[in-house]
Design a protein around this ligand. Structure first.
Ligand code: IPE
Ligand code: IPE
Ligand code: MG
Length: 258
C-alpha cells in the first residue's frame, strides 16, 4: 500500500509513537567549515520544527535521542556546549509546549546531568505536566543497555526481598521497570535515524523489538516537515506482521499476537 500525503492517511495508519535518532550535526557543520557546536545549535532548530510538526499531525508520543551515555566520551567543550543548548531549549520552549498541551519527559541517567541544566529541565517538566496532546520524551545520558540493567537490578532486589518470585519475572515485569513505564509509553511504531547510519547506537533496545525503521540520508539540522512526512508515509505503507504471515494479517486474524 502506498500513500501520497499525510492528509490521505487513515488515522489508524498514523504511528502513535515516533522515536528519532537525531544524527549528523557534526557532519553538517563540517560541510560548512564550522565547529561542531554550530551543527548542534542548528540541530535545535530541527528539534523545534519536528516537535511542532508532530504535534500538528497528531502524533501522541515523540521520543528524541539527544545525548547517549557514550556521548560523555566526546571532548569536554562539546559536551558542555550541548548541555548549554539543551538548557536553553527547555527554557525557551516552555510557553509554546505548555500552550500546545505538550508534556515534557526526560529519560536516562539524569543524575549525571549538570545540576543547573537539571533544574531547568525539572521546571519545564513540572510546568508542562498537564499537557495531554503529546508526550515529548528527550533521552539524555541515555543507554538502552543500562536501562535494561537497571530494570534487572530492581527485579533482583524485589526477588531478594521476597516481594516477587523468579517465576513472576516475565516480559511485562521488565517492561514495567524500564524508563518508558513512566507515562506508559507504548513501544515506538516508527524509528527514524537521520544521516544515513544503519545502526541503533544503544537506543531503546527493548522497546524497538517490532518498530519499523526509516533511515534518511538527511543530516539532522536539515530535517524538516517534508522529511517527517516522508518517514510517516513510508511507515504507513509497511505491512507489520509481528511474526505472522502476510495472509493472516490481511485477513485480520491478528488475535494470536503475542
Ligand atoms: C548528533 O549529531 C547529535 C549528538 C549525538 C549529540 P553528531 O554530533 O553525532 O553528528 P555526526 O554524527 O558527528 O555528524
Ligand atoms: C547516536 O548518535 C546518539 C544520539 C543521537 C544522541 P551517535 O553519533 O552518538 O552514534 P554513533 O557513535 O554514530 O553510533
Ligand atoms: Mg553522530
Amino acid at each position: 500500500m502506498t500513500f501520497d500525503s499525510i492528509q490521505d492517511l487513515p488515522p489508524e495508519r498514523l504511528p502513535r509513537h515516533i522515536a528519532v535518532i537525531m544524527d549528523g550535526n557534526g557532519r553538517w557543520a563540517k560541510q560548512r567549515r564550522k565547529n561542531r557546536l554550530f551543527g548542534h545549535s542548528n540541530g535545535i532548530d530541527a528539534v523545534r520544527r519536528t516537535v511542532r510538526e508532530s504535534h500538528k499531525i497528531g502524533i501522541r508520543c515523540l521520543t528524541l535521542y539527544a545525548f547517549s551515555t557514550e556521548n560523555w566520551k566526546r571532548p569536554a567543550t562539546e559536551v558542555a556546549g550541548l548541555w548549554r543548548l539543551l538548557k536553553s531549549y527547555v527554557q525557551k520552549e516552555l510557553p509554546e509546549l505548555r500552550d500546545n498541551g505538550v508534556r515534557l519527559n526526560v529519560i536516562g541517567d539524569v543524575e549525571r546531568i549538570p545540576g543547573h541544566v537539571r533544574e531547568a529541565i525539572d521546571f519545564t517538566i513540572r510546568e508542562t505536566a498537564r499537557g495531554e496532546k503529546m508526550l515529548l520524551t528527550i533521552c539524555l545520558s541515555y543507554s538502552g543497555r543500562d536501562e535494561i540493567v537497571r530494570a534487572c537490578r530492581q527485579i533482583a532486589q524485589e526477588v531478594a526481598d521476597g516481594r516477587m518470585t523468579p517465576g513472576q519475572v516475565d516480559e511485562a515485569a521488565i517492561t514495567g521497570r524500564l524508563y518508558t513505564a513512566r507515562h506508559e509509553i507504548p513501544d515506538p511504531d516508527l524509528m527514524i535515524r537521520t544521516s544515513g547510519e544503519f545502526r541503533i547506537s544503544n537506543f531503546l533496545l527493548w522497546q524497538l523489538a517490532y518498530s519499523e525503521i526509516h533511515v534518511t540520508p538527511t543530516l539532522w539540522p536539515d530535517f524538516g516537515p517534508e522529511d517527517l512526512h516522508k518517514a510517516i508515509l513510508d511507515y504507513a505503507g509497511r505491512e507489520r506482521r509481528f511474526g505472522m504471515t502476510g495472509d493472516q494479517i490481511q485477513s485480520g486474524q491478528t488475535k494470536s499476537r503475542g
